[in-house]
Unconditional design. Sequence first.
Length: 322
Amino acid sequence: MKQSKRRVLVTGGAGFIGSHIADAYIAAGDEVWIVDNLSSGRRENLPGDAHFVELDIRDAEIRNLFREVRFDLVNHHAAQIDVRVSVLDPARDASINLLGLLNLAEAAIEVGTERFVYVSSGGVVYGEPEEIPTPEIAPKLPLSPYGVTKLTGEYYLNYYRVVRGLSYVALRYSNVFGPRQDPHGEAGVVAIFCNRMLSDEPLTIFGDGEQTRDYVFVRDVVAANMLSSNVSMGDEAGLDARAFNVGTGVGTSVNKLADVVESIAEKAPGRILQPERPGELRHSTLNASVLRGRGWAPAFTLEQGLRETYEHIAKQRSDNAE
């Protein structure tokens, strides 16, 4: 693949992770377009050097954009990501996560896009895994419509690869956190804890607080995306040959997370215990040894990432108060 001045499309590029990805492509010398309907993304996250198109990924106009620009690379982060929303409205979840994907994939094939990077989910496609940390080859047993659509997206892309020649990589994220994060989803607990700490409010803990998640810092996720945009992929059959887990391999309990945030903030306004939330996974940690074998490794410790996130939120709150 060309290493510079590619024409790159980042869908969801006004969002938390997508905006960091767009920044990285621009820093690498690529010309970047962002498609985002701003349903959850924010204009202030948009890189100044990117071309912004306010558009839904399901819109027919996507095809014309591809024909006009002829993208070399697509990085697909736009999605409905809330598990609870998917349970309440599975049709909406499928419309965005599947019909949107198909619209992009068909457009990419038409113009000869060289690489399609797809964001799947390591937190939901495996369901309640027996093996922890969980490898890519573990059984896929999603327990939510969101998980079903993310896994189905991988199946669609595998079809497009085998039958229509689209080169793709699927990234199965663990719980991503960092600057620009909204307090939604399981990893959103980091933003929630930071905001409550800055307001001198107690932290809410559901259940016994010993449920664990694999928290990976957004800058490490960016590095995984950049590697996946360029890495040579073979012709091995099956979903797992095209998928990389992106996680630290370390499970962190909610109680431990609260401890570290309190240490960074140098205060402890207390904790409120609430009943365990029904349906919540007890443990979720990813084995990312396959991606490590390709040269990727987390560069940030949990404390380093939390400190940068806390300082970013503190500055943002201070700027908004002025």
